[in-house]
Design a protein around this ligand. Structure first.
Ligand code: HEC
Ligand code: HEC
Length: 300
């Protein structure tokens, strides 16, 4: 497949590559003393501290080495993808090479995972060897977003608290990691005025017992029941089919501050958990699901 948007670039690159070799050959030809051309050993007239410079032709060994380099260069261009979009005689691609290296690596890992064959996620979570493996996988693939202690950060959920956006059953966690998740709260600025958003934010804070303005909250409740219950539920306890968080507990994906809640209402939220099925093997994903499930289910 070509990355060029016009075939003209392919010709352009081919011309530069072949032109480079042709230029070297022409240069050598003009300096061809070893073919019998008598060297023109004139004094160039340059002089530094009494040392003068002669115009000697390049030595023969050097010319031969250079010719050899031109041959090697042309051979590489013929065998490998070097001339524009031409794939080269060997059909080499760096993608195929990377895949091959990955397959070799996975082949080496197979015996390590074979030990855990047939174990359920709960069994793996109780197995210290599997947990250690899961932890290493987590540090390499997940910690950049969820933190090395898996406690998350604003917009990146805490995975240790047994409070779940999408569900905490072993199979659900497996599904989350394999396929990824996209939590979408559309911006509601078009239907909610900023002062109404403040009222709603006061109501939302009242749901989890946080300080709030007691005259604004009931006004916010009316709006909440019209707009928000569709996703967050009539009891505001969230909906794991949509990844809509429970708004009645003390666990916050973003922040419980009034300003952040108002911003969420007016501007929406979009949280993406990237699918891992193309990065990791099913065995690795199962190990991670066990590790994550164990973080809040293993009794210490
Ligand atoms: C279309 C479904 C939908 C509607 C309607 C909706 N939400 Fe959300 N809401 C979500 C989802 C999904 C998230 C999680 C977003 C994410 O993953 O980052 C969310 C997140 C939030 C958060 C962040 C919670 C936290 O723990 O930090 C607040 C607060 C919130 N919504 C309040 C509201 C309010 C108030 C309304 C009504 C004005 C509302 N939502 C309407 C789906 C919805
Ligand atoms: C690029 C950042 C990123 C990486 C890397 C990442 N995650 Fe996530 N993950 C998220 C976000 C953001 C969410 C929340 C999605 C939402 O808002 O609904 C999430 C959600 C989750 C959930 C669901 C939590 C719940 O409450 O239901 C699990 C489980 C999870 N991640 C596990 C993992 C594992 C295991 C890895 C490593 C393989 C990983 N994540 C890598 C960003 C990431």
């Amino acid at each position: 497949m070509s990355d060029f948007f016009s075939s003209g670039w392919s010709y352009w690159i081919t011309a530069i590559a072949l032109g480079g070799v042709a230029f070297c050959l022409w240069l050598l030809f003009t300096q061809r003393s070893f073919l019998g051309k008598s060297p023109d050993m004139t004094d160039t007239g340059h002089e530094w501290d009494g040392i003068t410079e002669y115009n000697y032709p390049v030595p023969t060994w050097w010319t031969i080495m250079y010719l050899g380099l031109c041959v090697v260069g042309l051979a590489i261009m013929f065998l490998y993808p070097a001339l524009g979009t031409n794939p080269g005689k060997l059909g080499f691609t760096s993608t195929a090479q990377a895949n091959q290296e990955r397959d070799n690596r996975l082949e080496k890992l197979k015996p390590i995972y074979a030990k855990f064959d047939g174990q359920s996620i709960e069994q793996l979570a109780a197995n210290p060897d599997a947990r250690a493996l899961g932890e290493r996988l987590f540090l390499n693939n997940c910690a950049q977003c969820h933190g090395s202690d898996a406690k998350g950060a604003p917009n990146f959920p805490n995975l240790t608290d047994n409070d779940w956006l999408w569900g905490g059953e072993p199979e659900t966690i497996l599904q989350t990691i394999t396929e990824g998740r996209h939590g979408m709260m559309a911006p509601l600025g078009a239907v909610v005025k900023p002062e109404e958003a403040v009222q709603i934010a006061n109501y939302v804070r009242s749901l989890s017992g946080l300080s709030h303005d007691a005259t604004l909250a009931p006004l916010g409740q009316v709006k909440f029941n019209q707009i928000c219950v569709a996703c967050h539920g009539a009891d505001a306890k969230g909906n794991q089919m949509l990844g809509a968080p429970n708004l009645t507990d003390s666990i916050w994906l973003n922040s419980s501050s009034r300003e952040v809640i108002v911003k969420t209402i007016l501007e929406g939220r979009s949280g993406v958990m990237p699918a891992q099925k193309n990065n990791l093997t099913p065995e690795q994903i199962k190990m991670l699901a066990a590790y994550v499930w164990g973080l809040s289910n293993n009794k210490k």
